[in-house]
Design a protein around this ligand. Structure first.
Ligand code: NAP
Length: 289
């Protein structure tokens, strides 16, 4: 029987909950194995190459990749999935038929969890139009998931981040010209967002504003009302309820944090490595108990 050697590359990663998720998944699937942390400093290219070589040799069966290496591993793998190509980031590495494959499970992890927020018994509006706050790595996965489902997506960023948003749009439209009419960007300000409010069915926070360890506060402009009949998904999961979620809930918006996406992307990676499906309900993190 295989003893699965799995792990996570990133830096810093000591606070990661991934070992907890994957240890539970191994147990639930009745598999032997371990999930180790591999902290690799941002400029340690050789360290990254050496670790990927261990996957190629079959010594390690699967790796997750997080900040700052999601792009750095791209030239080191043999093939990228279509999802990883369009998003421009890899979060899962596996050896298949002797080839190192880079995949990305963040987008389907988000999409599957979003269905909980948009359940028809909680949310009656036909949802087709989303506003994404931020245009960094996580925003790319969200945009991919929504565009593939036929949604219209507007990126809202600080003025200084407009070039970053425009680069995202250029990358996506060069992969698929049909995305051009579905994807736009604007400034994260009351003046720019007010006219959009009646069209919106979903707001996604893909900025770190509101995280316990980073920034208190909310990315939503102070004097901007929330749209009516919309829902809010915050990618942050610590704290479990951000200030943005609290503010949106006060105006009756259904809200959901990013824990389901975190667990969802992990279990999809687990399935890629082991072929086993584990139900998200089986994963209860210690801090949630
Ligand atoms: P990132 O690549 O650093 O991107 C963050 C984005 O937010 C950038 O566009 C950034 O602009 C913008 N931003 C930062 N501070 C801001 C502010 N005060 N006002 C407006 N915009 C601001 O980070 P990421 O990897 O995309 O992660 C974003 C968030 O998603 C984090 O909280 C992360 O923990 C969470 N996340 C959750 C999951 C999950 O599974 N639930 C997965 C991935 C990420 P600048 O580039 O100018 O700073």
């Amino acid at each position: 029987m295989i003893f699965y050697r799995l792990g996570l590359i990133g830096y810093p990663i000591s606070a990661s909950v991934s070992p907890q998720i994957h240890s539970t998944a191994l147990k639930e699937a009745g598999l032997g194995g371990e999930y180790k942390l591999y902290p690799i400093a941002p400029d340690d290219e050789q360290g990254l190459k050496d670790l990927l070589e261990r996957v190629r040799m079959g010594e390690i069966h699967g790796l997750n990749v997080t900040i700052p290496h999601k792009q750095n591993v791209i030239p080191l793998v043999d093939e990228l999935s279509e999802t990883a190509t369009t998003i421009g980031a890899v979060n899962t590495i596996v050896l298949r038929n002797g080839k190192l494959i880079g995949d990305n499970t963040d987008a389907p992890g988000f999409w599957n969890d979003l269905q909980e927020l948009l359940r028809p018994d909680r949310f009656s509006k036909p949802a087709r139009s989303a506003l994404i706050l931020g245009s960094g790595g996580a925003a790319r996965a969200i945009v991919y998931a929504l565009l593939n489902a036929g949604w219209n997506v507007t990126l809202a960023t600080r003025k200084a981040d407009i070039p970053q948003a425009q680069e995202l749009i250029a990358d996506f439209t060069s992969q698929n010209a049909a995305f051009a009419e579905k994807l736009s960007n604007t400034e994260l300000s009351t003046t720019s967002l007010s006219p959009l409010l009646p069209t919106l069915s979903l707001i996604v926070n893909a900025t770190p504003v509101g995280m316990k360890s980073h920034h208190a506060g909310t990315p939503w402009p102070e004097d901007l009302p929330f749209p009516e009949n919309a829902a809010l998904y915050d990618l942050i999961y610590t704290p479990a309820e951000t200030q943005l979620m609290k503010d949106a809930a006060k105006t009756n918006l259904p809200t959901r944090n990013g824990l389901g996406m975190l667990i969802g992307q992990a279990l999809l990676s687990f399935e890629i490595w082991t072929g086993k499906k584990v139900s998200a309900e089986k994963i209860i993190l210690t801090s949630e108990k």
